[in-house]
Design a protein around this ligand. Structure first.
Ligand SMILES: [Zn+2]
Length: 99
């Protein structure tokens, strides 16, 4: 938990780090479900493979949408760096007016 105000550079790298972590998570989930849906012994798609794959993709899409919604509704406050509602007139944490 950071309490000190973030510099613009730090905010940017924080967002970049978040995006990289999200991409890695989604790729890992899809790759894992693809590996599970394949029968490696018979070298063919497992009988319930398509369902496993579909579930993996759905989970990945859900995580992506949840994160996307966060970035659409919230933004980091330029003063305190905490995430606050984009539509709000003031930061809900430090009270700084948002333009
Ligand atoms: Zn603030």
């Amino acid at each position: 938990m950071k309490s000190a105000p973030l510099l613009p550079d730090e905010l940017l790298s924080d967002q970049k780090r978040r995006r990289t972590a999200l991409a890695a998570t989604i790729i890992a989930i899809v790759a894992f479900s693809a590996a599970l849906s394949f029968d490696w012994r018979l070298k063919m798609l497992a009988p319930n493979g398509p369902i496993t794959l579909l579930l993996g993709v759905l989970v990945a899409v859900f995580i992506y949408l949840a994160t996307w919604q966060q970035s659409v509704l919230f933004r980091p406050c330029p003063s305190c760096g905490k995430r606050t509602l984009k539509s709000g007139a003031f930061c809900s944490h430090c009270g700084r007016p948002m333009q």
